[in-house]
Design a protein around this ligand. Structure first.
Ligand code: C5P
Length: 235
């Protein structure tokens, strides 16, 4: 799925506007990183900004976590594929049919993004999921949804670095795992809870690392990115 040389770091562009987004992006290089556009930036700046990033040569992960009836999610994934994004995601809790429709919608497209599932949001604990009717450990639900995502033809899931080794073991090495919650040594932890360093996450088997503030809030973002890449090369 990935070669050792391809960029493994996805920078989370958690900005409010195009000017601040491009101020960062213009300091970066597509050979070193990929970019993630989430809900806030997309709602504010839309497909036009995504196209600008793609035209600059960057692979874009469109992190909109689609969750709706199968037909609607399939159409949204098709639209993302037409936009030329590299990765798009859907909530695995939308069910098998929704994920299969999403897969079918993009599989004949000329450009096929990686299709990734979201399992249990890391903001939810055992009590939170019990309140919505799931009386089980979040980790068990993560595994159940990751297996369902795999059976439904998805390429992988977003998960915490702590879940990586169990998921690779249960589902297989080719199942693509994308992990936020990554902090280089010495970086501010912020609101992240169960973190790993970039090299620990890659050693556990993570395929792509989503990193935001340790790079975007650094006074020299390119230097911060290169330091992380160097740390990862020494594993
Ligand atoms: O700044 P930071 O490195 O914490 O950014 C992480 C990015 O990954 C943010 O865009 C955040 O929304 C996203 N994310 C996360 N934890 C998850 C899923 C997504 O931090 N479980």
């Amino acid at each position: 799925m990935k070669s050792p040389e391809e960029p493994r770091i996805i920078i989370a562009l958690d900005y409010k506007d195009k000017i601040s987004t491009l101020a960062l992006v213009d300091q970066l290089e597509p050979s070193l990183c990929r970019l993630k556009v989430g809900k806030e930036l997309f709602v504010r700046c839309g497909p036009d900004l995504v196209k600008i990033l793609i035209d600059k040569g960057f692979d874009v992960f469109l992190d909109l976590k689609f969750h709706d009836i199968p037909n609607t999610v399939a159409a949204a994934c098709q639209a993302a594929a037409d936009m030329g994004v590299w990765m798009v995601n859907v909530h695995a809790s939308g069910g098998r049919k929704m994920m299969e429709y999403a897969r079918e919608a993009i599989q004949n497209n000329e450009h096929q993004p990686l299709l990734i599932g979201v399992t249990v949001l890391t903001s939810l604990n055992r009590q939170d999921i019990a309140e919505v009717g799931l009386d089980l450990e979040p980790a068990d639900q993560v595994l159940r949804l990751a297996k369902l995502a795999n059976d439904s033809g998805l390429d992988g899931v977003v998960c915490s670095p702590q879940e990586v080794s169990a998921l690779k073991q249960e589902i297989g090495q080719n199942f693509c795992l994308v992990t936020p919650g990554v902090r280089p040594k010495g970086a501010d932890i912020g609101d992240q809870q169960r973190i790993m360093t970039p090299s620990q996450a890659l050693t556990s088997g993570s395929d792509y690392l989503v990193i935001g503030r340790p790079i975007t809030a650094h006074n020299e973002p390119l230097k911060a990115l290169k330091n992380i890449i160097e740390e990862c090369q020494n594993i």
